[in-house]
Design a protein. Sequence first.
Length: 65
Amino acid sequence: MANRSTISGRYISNAAAARHPSTSVRETGGNTGSGTRYRSGITGHYISPAAAARHPNTSQSETGK
């Protein structure tokens, strides 16, 4: 499983994710549906597009297949 920074969108190490837990997301399987979904870096849950727009530094977009 990989960790991704919600700020830059780049993959980061486990150590970096541990240092910055509120701005990193652990990818567990990804978005298997169609379209784009957004995940909170703080809770790890999927959030609405409006919530992602309000909090761009702590949300990550996932594009479906």
